[in-house]
Design a protein around this ligand. Structure first.
Ligand code: AMP
Length: 173
């Protein structure tokens, strides 16, 4: 399937010079939505280690991670922006282009050695996925894979991630 034909490019959003890869046009297409979830699942099932938990990064990771978890009979665990999770959390601060942000996960969501896969819609600079990986490593999880619908290859985000298999369905230069 030609996923690029279903992903809408919005120039200069949210700021000049950025081409925003808008996946809402893919999501509203029944065949497109089914295709990306099925591909994520089949590519993940080929890996040496199948994850027990799919970690979705707020907010667009939440669109794909639970469906993938369902397909794999795995659990879904959200990583959220600061202040959203109600119980005790582990936190990590990470750098944005301007300033910093904080990601959190429930302290009792995962135990040491849990086999986890990180999911987001897009990997750009890789900063968000790296912060998530650092948070999971701090907990002692075993990160077995990362998955993204879209990879912006020119930004080399994958170099920031742990050396684990990476599933990506569409690449832009
Ligand atoms: P990153 O730079 O990899 O930390 O990307 C941060 C977040 O911004 C990711 O979760 C993506 O969802 C989003 N993002 C970054 N660049 C783009 C883009 N060009 N189009 C769509 N989403 C983007």
């Amino acid at each position: 399937m030609d996923l690029k034909a279903l992903i809408r490019d919005i120039p200069d959003f949210p700021q000049p010079g950025i081409i925003f890869r808008d996946i809402t046009t893919l999501l509203r297409n029944p065949e497109g939505l089914k295709y990306v979830i099925d591909r994520l699942a089949t590519e993940t099932q080929k890996l040496d280690t199948i994850p027990d938990y799919i970690i979705g990064i707020e907010s667009r990771g939440f669109i794909f991670a639970p469906s993938l978890a369902y397909s794999l009979s795995a659990g879904f665990v959200p990583v959220r922006k600061k202040g959203k999770l109600p119980a005790q959390v582990h936190s990590i601060e990470y750098d944005l282009e301007y300033g910093t942000d904080i990601l959190e996960i429930h302290q009792d969501a995962l135990t040491t050695g849990a086999k986890v896969m990180i999911i987001d819609d897009v990997i750009a600079t890789g900063g968000t996925a790296k912060a998530t990986a650092d948070l999971l490593t701090k907990i002692g999880c075993d990160i077995v894979a990362c998955g993204f619908i879209v990879e912006l290859e020119g930004l080399q985000g994958r170099n920031k991630l742990p050396d684990v298999p990476m599933v990506t369905l569409v690449k832009y230069g």
